[in-house]
Design a protein around this ligand. Structure first.
Ligand SMILES: Cc1cc2nc3c(=O)[nH]c(=O)nc-3n(C[C@H](O)[C@H](O)[C@H](O)COP(=O)(O)O)c2cc1C
Length: 144
C-alpha cells in the first residue's frame, strides 16, 4: 500500500504557506504547520516535503527545531522547497539536516516570495499562479 505524504512547513509572512498548500492539494498530502501543529508519526514508505522561507540566509528557528525533534525511519523519501527574496539559501541547510537524519532528498523547488523585510517592495505578486503551477508539477514528480 502506498504511504502517506506530509508537507511540513514554516511560514512567517505567508508565502511558503501558499506553496505548501499547492503541493498538498496536488498530491493529496497532509499539511503540517510546524509552528502550530503536532509533528506527524512518519512511517516507512511515507514521503515528506519540507518547506520554509529564508531569514538571514537560514531556515527559520521553528523549522530547525521541528526537524531536530522529528523522528524519521531510515531512507525516507524527502523533498525540500521554499520561497526567498534574494536567494534560496535555506534549501541546502534543510537538505543537510534531512540527509543527516537518514532521509533521501530527491528534489528541490523554490520561487520568490514577497519580501516584507524590504517593506514588500521585492517580489510583489510572488508566489504567482505560475509559481504555484510549477510547485504542483514538482510535487507530482516527487510522489509519482
Ligand atoms: C526577517 C526577514 C529576513 C529575511 N532574510 C532573507 C534572506 O536572508 N535572504 C533572502 O533571500 N530572503 C530573505 N527574506 C525574504 C523571505 O525569505 C521571503 O519573503 C520569503 O518568501 C518569506 O517566506 P514566508 O512568507 O513563508 O515567511 C527575509 C524576510 C524577512 C521578513
Amino acid at each position: 500500500m502506498a504511504g502517506k505524504v506530509y508537507v511540513l512547513y514554516a511560514s512567517l509572512t505567508g508565502n511558503t504557506r501558499k506553496v505548501a498548500k499547492a503541493i498538498a492539494e496536488a498530491v493529496g498530502a497532509t499539511l503540517v504547520d510546524v509552528r502550530r501543529d503536532p509533528l506527524p508519526k512518519v512511517e516507512p514508505g511515507d514521503v515528506i516535503f519540507v518547506g520554509d522561507g529564508v531569514y538571514g540566509w537560514r531556515p527559520s528557528r521553528a523549522m530547525r527545531r521541528a526537524l531536530s525533534a522529528l523522528a524519521l525511519p531510515k531512507g525516507i523519501k524527502a523533498a525540500v522547497f521554499g520561497t526567498y527574496g534574494g536567494k534560496p539559501s535555506q534549501l541546502a541547510v534543510l537538505e543537510k539536516i534531512l540527509r543527516e537524519k537518514g532521509a533521501e532528498v530527491v528534489d528541490r523547488f523554490s520561487c520568490m516570495g514577497r519580501d516584507w523585510f524590504f517593506l514588500g517592495l521585492i517580489g510583489r505578486g510572488r508566489p504567482s499562479e505560475e509559481d504555484l503551477r510549477a510547485a504542483r508539477e514538482f510535487a507530482k514528480k516527487v510522489v509519482g
